[in-house]
Ligand binder design. Structure first.
Ligand SMILES: [Zn+2]
Length: 325
C-alpha cells in the first residue's frame, strides 16, 4: 500500500549518474526512489487544497500550505550493506489540519507508534481477543457534522459505561466521508480488546445486539448501520492499524467541492480524531495528540558522512525534482 510507505524507504534503482553533476533538474524523487512516490500525490492534493482556501476566511491556511514541504532533504543511507535507501532528514510542515501532506505524515507517525506499542500490549494481554467495530448513523448535512460528532462521542461514552459493554480497552478514530448526495457520513472505527472468554461466555454480543446497544446509547429511532468483526484466535490486531489510523477525510473528498470543504474545516475545528479508553488508555493515549515529529526521526542510521539529496516541489510538473547544491 503506497500510502503506508515506511519512514525510510528503499531505493530500487541506482542513482542516475546526473546526480553527481549540475544537470540534475529533471531527476525526480519518484524515479530515484519509487517508494517515495506518495510525496508527489499528496503534495499535488495540497496544491488543490491551497487553492480552495485561497480568498476564503482560511486564507492564512492557503499561505501555510503553499510553503508546506516545498523542499525535502533526504539522506542516502546504507541499509546494513543491503541497499541504499532514502531517509527523510528535514522538511518544513505547515501542520494545517486538512493539509494532505501533513495528514499523510500524521497518519504515518500514528501507525508507526501503534505498530511499536501494540506488540507490548499483546504481550501483556496474550489471551485477550480483539474486535473491529464500525459505528455509523444516518448521513447528515455537512453543516451538522460537529453536532453529530458531539452526539456520537456522548453515545459512545454511554455505551462504554454499560455493564454489558464487553471491551476492557479501546482505540477509536473518527472518519468523515462525503456521500454521493453531498451529505457527510461521520463514523467511528473502533479497535476493542475483550476478555479471553468473550466468545464462549454469556457476555458475547451478536451483531444485532451491538446494533441495539448503539441505537439505545445514541437514542436513535432507527437501527443504525454497524459492522463488527472479530480478529481470529491467534491473529493480531496489527492488520487493522491501516484502516484504523488512516486519514480523517480522504483526499478526493477534500477537494470535491469548495463549499463542502470550507464547511468541513469549520465543523472539524479542534475536534479530536483519535481517542482511547479503558486499560489501553495508558498505553495508547499518546495517539490522541498531534505527533510533534512528522519526519520520523530515529537513531538507527548514522547521520554523519551520509550524502544529502534535496528535492523541491515543482508545481508546473506536479513532481519533486532534485535540486543542485
Ligand atoms: Zn502541510
Amino acid at each position: 500500500m503506497s500510502d503506508c510507505a515506511p519512514v525510510g524507504t528503499c531505493l530500487n534503482t541506482s542513482l542516475p549518474s546526473s546526480t553527481a553533476t549540475s544537470n540534475s533538474a529533471n531527476v525526480s524523487l519518484s524515479d530515484v526512489s519509487p517508494q517515495d512516490k506518495p510525496w508527489d500525490k499528496h503534495r499535488s492534493f495540497a496544491d488543490a487544497v491551497e487553492g480552495l482556501y485561497r480568498g476564503s476566511e482560511f486564507n492564512s491556511y492557503s499561505t501555510r500550505i503553499h510553503f508546506c514541504s516545498e523542499l525535502l532533504h533526504f539522506g542516502l543511507v546504507d541499509d546494513d550493506g543491503n541497499a541504499l535507501k532514502l531517509k527523510l532528514r528535514s522538511a518544513r510542515f505547515c501542520r494545517v489540519r486538512h493539509c494532505p501532506v501533513c495528514q499523510w505524515r500524521r497518519s504515518l507517525m500514528w501507525k508507526a507508534k501503534a505498530y511499536k506499542i501494540l506488540p507490548k500490549i499483546i504481550e501483556q494481554y496474550p489471551k485477550h481477543r480483539w474486535l473491529f467495530l464500525t459505528l455509523t448513523q444516518k448521513n447528515v448535512p455537512i453543516t451538522e457534522v460537529r453536532s453529530t460528532l458531539t452526539d456520537m462521542n456522548r453515545g459512545f461514552q454511554r455505551m462504554s459505561q454499560l455493564k454489558v459493554f464487553p471491551a476492557v480497552g479501546w482505540l477509536r478514530s473518527t472518519e468523515v466521508t462525503r456521500g454521493t448526495d453531498g451529505h457527510a457520513h461521520p463514523h467511528f472505527h473502533c479497535l476493542l480488546m475483550v476478555p479471553p472468554g468473550y466468545f464462549a461466555g454469556q457476555n458475547y454480543i451478536k451483531q444485532s445486539g451491538w446494533v441495539e446497544m448503539w441505537r439505545k446509547s445514541m437514542r436513535l429511532d432507527y437501527n443504525p448501520v454497524l459492522d463488527v468483526q472479530a480478529v481470529k484466535q491467534g491473529g493480531t490486531p496489527m492488520e487493522l492499524i491501516p484502516e484504523l489510523l488512516k486519514y480523517c477525510t480522504k483526499e478526493s473528498d477534500l477537494v470535491h467541492s469548495r463549499e463542502w470543504f470550507l464547511e468541513l474545516t469549520r465543523q472539524m475545528n479542534k475536534m479530536r480524531s483519535i481517542s482511547t479508553g479503558g486499560v489501553l488508555k495508558e498505553h495508547l493515549k499518546e495517539l490522541e495528540n498531534e505527533p510533534e515529529d512528522l519526519i520520523g526521526k530515529d537513531d538507527e542510521a548514522k547521520i554523519q558522512d551520509e550524502i544529502a539529496l534535496y528535492f523541491g516541489w515543482k508545481r508546473k510538473d506536479q513532481k519533486y525534482l532534485m535540486i543542485d547544491q
